[in-house]
Design a protein around this ligand. Structure first.
Ligand SMILES: [Zn+2]
Length: 378
């Protein structure tokens, strides 16, 4: 089954030599991009969609989400907006509610959020565990996540649960022992929240190296709440991505340059916690590969909208619209070590998003407006 997307006003493919084309067309065959070129030269296909001059972009790759959970923390958000500070401890409240929820409730909630993401142009999503924090509940979260994506992440090391408050070392032992054994078959990635109030660098090192030894690839939450050694540890361990990067030292930026580690920025978090935004300009100018993701979670960033994140990234973090779109597509793919998504070059997956706009600049220029006209995807 081949599909011709014709009469595209502006097509973004993220090809290094020619990332954008005007008056373009695209052929998708068997779910894969088979041809890209000017509309006048377009070949025929089994089916044709007239883009009517719209902008077509690659589907967003949201490389960071926590959508398997139960409950609501809007009251916490309300308090925060009245001036209370964000702390990692609110996670334990979601843990309590998630443990009490049925499989069906958790799957329904996660499915609803993934559908919400898709309606806003996201065609690849990563999903973490991390609200179970027992062997049974973490494995259950990953089984549920696995039905929605291949990009599943074991985050037993989200916070130390209440029952281990007096024995954090014992909890790290569980995370690197029985819990890892149960979760590894259902996960591609292992992640750790390495920050104040969560896990320190020694614990993070023990957790990520145990996961790597079990065949999982590493990623990390780091430098969200303050500067720490987390970013340099992520680089040292060859993590695919270090996420947040809100507080970076010059040494952190130097470590990220020429490393295999992507810096993933999460604008929804700073927006929803009133923390200072990370300086993307500093990272991009230094040559660091930068991604944008939603970090969809009930505490610090309950948005599923990559267009919203792009708008904030451009308005407040120093991205140009083109850089923000790249970070939300090709950058996210790099953060997941994927080369089949995040672009619309020949051979990549035909995940294309038609915008009700002549240009992707409108994603930032028209914040909060539902601009996704249609999602074409396998
Ligand atoms: Zn997160």
């Amino acid at each position: 089954m081949s599909l011709l997307l014709d009469n595209i006003g502006l097509l973004v493919t993220n090809e290094p030599e020619q990332p954008e084309r005007t008056d373009a067309a695209l052929v998708i065959d068997g779910g894969i991009v088979a041809w890209v070129g000017t509309a006048a030269d377009a070949p025929t296909a089994d089916e044709r969609i007239d883009a009517e001059g719209r902008c077509v972009i690659p589907g967003f790759v949201d490389s960071h989400s926590h959508v398997v959970f139960a409950g609501d923390r809007s009251d916490e958000f309300e308090h925060r907006m009245r001036g209370e500070k964000y702390a990692a401890g609110g996670i334990r409240r979601t843990v309590r509610l998630t443990r009490e929820a049925s499989d069906e409730e958790l799957l329904a909630g996660a499915s609803r959020l993934v559908a919400e993401m898709r309606a806003q142009g996201t065609t690849t999503v990563e999903i973490k565990s991390g609200y179970g924090l027992t062997t049974v509940d973490e494995e259950r979260a990953l089984r549920i996540a696995k039905t929605l994506t291949t990009e599943t992440t074991y985050l037993g090391a989200h916070v130390v649960p209440e029952e281990f408050a007096d024995d954090p070392a014992g909890y790290v032992g569980l995370v690197t022992g029985d819990m890892l054994e149960a979760c590894a078959p259902h996960a591609k990635w292992i992640d750790v929240f390495c920050d104040r109030g969560a896990f320190d660098e020694d614990q993070a090192r023990a957790i990520l190296t145990a996961g790597q030894a079990r065949g999982l690839q590493a990623r990390m939450h780091g430098a969200q709440l303050g500067p720490s050694g987390a970013v340099q540890l992520a680089v040292e361990l060859g993590a695919a991505s270090v996420d947040h990067c809100t507080f970076l030292t010059d040494d952190d930026v130097d470590a990220l340059v020429n490393s295999a580690t992507v810096a993933t920025l999460l604008p929804g978090v700073e927006f929803s916690t009133r923390q200072p935004y990370p300086d993307a300009r500093r990272l991009i100018d230094a040559g660091v590969t930068v991604a944008l993701a939603c970090d969809c979670n009930p505490g610090s960033s309950f948005t599923s909208s990559m267009p919203f994140c792009i708008a904030v990234a451009v308005r407040d973090m120093g991205f140009t619209p083109a850089e923000a779109l790249w970070a939300a597509t090709a950058g996210g793919a790099a953060a997941l070590r994927r080369d089949d998504v995040g672009g619309l070059a020949v051979g990549q997956r035909g995940d294309a998003v038609m915008l009700d706009a002549p240009s992707y600049v409108h994603l930032a220029y028209r914040p909060g407006v539902p601009l996704v006209h249609r999602v074409v995807s396998v």
